[in-house]
Ligand binder design. Sequence first.
Ligand code: ATP
Length: 283
Amino acid sequence: MTDQLAVERLSKSFGPTRVLDEVSFSVAPGRFLVLLGPSGSGKTTLLRCLAGIERSDGGTVSFGTRVLADGRSHLAPDRRDLAMVFQDYALWPHMTAAGNTSYALRRRRLSRAESDRRVQEVLARVGLADHADRYPHQLSGGQQQRVALARALVAEPGLLLFDEPLSNLDADLRERLRVQISTLTRDSGATAVYITHDQSEAFALADEVGVLENGRLVQLGTPESVYHRPATPFVARFTGLAGELSGLVDGQAQSGRGLVRTDAGALLTTRPLPSATGAGSRS
Ligand SMILES: Nc1ncnc2c1ncn2[C@@H]1O[C@H](COP(=O)(O)OP(=O)(O)OP(=O)(O)O)[C@@H](O)[C@H]1O
């Protein structure tokens, strides 16, 4: 069942390095959150904590009324009602597309006929009905990622997690698969969290965008608000063009559309028209 994902003050360190610093956010049922940040900002670590692959040091993760992790307990990944799509597909090489997809149903007490029916149906949805008997090495990168998407969708999880799923694909394919991920995820009704370092991908996919900087969530909002009203100079620079305006408006700048206050004055942000960037559009 689709539920709200709530993350409160999630923290994680590796040795002396604090990788996640009291990150808090929530995603309403069925909504699509994209977490955007540069390399090393903590995106993968955050997603792995949500999935239960990584243990957080502190904070709470809950989905609906169920606590997935807090200071005392940590639910195993396969008990979290979620599925994850990875950057490198993570398919079993010795299993066909149908075998990889049905693997996600192994804990369901379904008849063979019902399992086969669901697998065929979801492979058709991702456009691979004719490739069910192919092994991963007989499929292109884009086709392998569509098998991974089918595997994630087939058990109808409440929560879908995407770890830079398009990063290994070329630009044209990335754009087409992006549309497919958006459509199929929304049709499934699942709550979704998607991480990427690609700004245009984030703005095209998201209902809400969160920006991570050094393990801290520095802004969370609609694509339009993050793009046009960046909360910090870091967000302004990371999501588009920005130029310093220090001497001109020193001490008087108010943050708002096109202007971000900095210690030295203000940063003027310039943005192409939304139609040229995809910011705010839904694909
Ligand atoms: N198992 C680990 N042990 C020690 N340090 C780690 C470990 N995993 C991640 N880190 C460090 O934590 C920081 C955040 O890593 P993470 O992979 O979460 O960032 P990211 O935003 O996903 O980066 P990228 O886009 O490059 O994948 C980095 O400095 C990384 O070196």
